[in-house]
Design a binder for this molecule. Sequence first.
Ligand code: RET
Length: 287
Amino acid sequence: MDLISSLGNATFENYVALDSGFTEMAYQMSAHVLTLGYAIMLAGLLYFVLTLKTVAPKYRISSVLSVVVMVSAFLLLLVQQQNWTGAMTYDTETARYVLGSSTDLFNNGYRYLNWLIDVPMLLFQILFVVTLTKSDFSKIRNGFWFSGTAMILTGYVGQFYEVTSPTLFLVWGFISTVFFVHILILMKRVISEGKEGAPPKAQKYLGTIWTLFLFSWMLYPGAYLMPYLFSLGLEPALSETAVVARHITYTVADVSSKVIYGILLTLTAQEMSKADGYDYEKLDSAI
Ligand code: RET
């Protein structure tokens, strides 16, 4: 039986499992990096709850949105890790992890649906920290929401074709990228306007947030393309290195775009709070 007829639209991780199987190292590195991901989300959850009162009340919604993101990402990554270990079984004859006979296949689709919650939250968050000088708040918010959702749904459809139809995979990926570019344009505008009138330290943080945003959000299309980045052609590479690279890329992207981004927004809001006369370092001594 050839691989395509037995696995159909399954993601390429399953094809690698059926083709050559995973070595102990590739399998465990994948399992560990997924575990690291949800452990960090739980730690992040504590950070955002515990620092809530270090910013003035009007900025606290940003921390609350980080809490929402942490909870949903924690659950998703836990399920994702269990999907990985549940889909594979160890074969003592070949000393490889292969597809289990009666288990669910491995799938990244859950991630995409999880982004439907996290992407709008992450984009809205910054709107509660900065003050827009020219743009209209609800126009930017609607733009973020519309393009965020469209980017994810078109990418979600595309990822089903990563092995069976490179053309459809790339066409859906391209449509998704158009919405992504729109998000980048809006975010650049929000950050530039947000810097105007912000205290110097907050301006510096906002500059870092833009760099981090660009870097971490670009990793997601990188993970989407991973089987092709390793083959440099129009055939997906059925390589276990590409599978591990995808897991690592997703984890680095998740930690940067959700946790580090949220921490930088907290630091920015702390500076702005101080400028507004709310200094948490002095609050304790006043009590
Ligand atoms: C897809 C499909 C291929 C083209 C592009 C994509 C972009 C995805 C992005 C996802 C960001 C997700 C975040 C999640 C946080 O929880 C959909 C992979 C451009 C930018 C930030």
